[in-house]
Design a protein around this ligand. Structure first.
Ligand code: GRF
Length: 226
C-alpha cells in the first residue's frame, strides 16, 4: 500500500522536504512520481533532484493561455503515474479539468486557520489583524481557492509583535508535521468526505505522545512518526 503522488511546487519546497523525509524514514507510505513546478528556478526542484526524484518545470510564459498550461500540468502529473496530487506551495489555482481528473485526491496546505485568512498572504493577514491564535490547515482541493473540506488544522500562538515572517516561521514548523500526516491518511485510505466534513477512520496503532511539541492544538492528533 504505497500511494504514488505528484507534488506541485513553486518555491522553496520545505513542505516537499518534510514529505520526502517522512517517506524516506518509512513513516509515510507514499512514493513521489514527479515534482512539478511552474517556476523553473524553484529551490524545490533542487531538493527533489537531491533525492533522485523526477522533476518537471512548466514555466507559465511558455504557454499561450491558462487552459494550455493546465492541460500540460495534467499531462505531466498523469504521465508520472500519480494517483494523488499534493500541492506544496504551488502558487496557482488549478483549472476545473485538473480538479475533476483528481477529485478528492488533491491536497493543499495553507498557512492560516481556514476559513480565516485565505489567499496568498495568510500569515501576514493574520498577524496584521491581531489574532492571538493562528496556524495551518491541510484540506482537499476543489475549484475555489483554499476552500475544500478540511483534513487537519494545527494552531500556534500569535503575538502583538508578530509579522508575516515571525508568525510564518512558527506556523511552518507545524506545517512540516501535519502535511506528511495528512498525506499518510490519504495514502492509507482513512479519509472520507461528507459534504464539507472529512472523517478520519481510526488507526490500528494509538496516537503519538505530543509532549515534544510546542504549546499548540492539533486536531485530529498527530500519530507516531510525524
Ligand atoms: C507554505 O507556507 C504553505 O503553507 C503555502 O506555501 C508555503 C510553501 O512553502 N501554501 P514551502 O515551499 O513548502 O517551503
Amino acid at each position: 500500500m504505497t500511494l504514488p503522488v505528484a507534488v506541485l511546487v513553486s518555491g522553496s519546497g520545505s513542505n516537499l522536504q518534510a514529505i520526502i523525509d517522512r517517506i524516506e524514514d518509512g513513516a509515510l507510505p507514499a512514493r513521489i512520481t514527479a515534482v512539478v513546478s511552474n517556476k523553473p528556478g524553484a529551490y524545490a526542484l533542487t531538493r527533489a533532484q537531491n533525492h533522485g526524484l523526477a522533476t518537471v518545470a512548466l514555466p507559465q510564459a511558455a504557454f499561450p493561455d491558462r487552459a494550455a498550461f493546465d492541460a500540460a500540468l495534467l499531462a505531466a502529473v498523469r504521465d508520472s503515474g500519480a494517483e494523488a496530487v499534493v500541492l506544496a506551495g504551488f502558487m496557482r489555482l488549478l483549472g476545473p479539468d485538473f480538479v475533476a481528473a483528481y477529485r478528492d485526491r488533491i491536497l493543499n496546505i495553507h498557512p492560516a486557520l481556514l476559513p480565516s485568512f485565505p489567499g496568498l498572504h495568510g500569515q501576514g493577514d493574520a498577524a496584521d489583524y491581531g489574532v492571538t491564535i493562528s496556524g495551518a490547515t491541510v484540506h482537499f482541493v476543489d475549484e475555489k481557492m483554499d476552500n475544500g473540506p478540511i483534513i487537519i488544522q494545527a494552531a500556534v500562538p500569535a503575538h502583538p509583535d508578530d509579522d508575516a515572517e515571525s508568525l510564518g516561521r512558527r506556523i511552518m514548523t507545524l506545517e512540516h508535521r501535519i502535511y506528511p500526516q495528512a498525506v499518510s491518511w490519504l495514502a492509507t485510505g482513512r479519509l472520507t468526505i461528507h459534504g464539507r466534513k472529512t472523517r478520519l477512520a481510526p488507526a490500528d496503532t494509538p496516537g503519538a505522545d505530543m509532549a515534544d511539541v510546542m504549546p499548540c492544538l492539533v486536531n485530529p492528533p498527530l500519530e507516531a512518526g510525524f
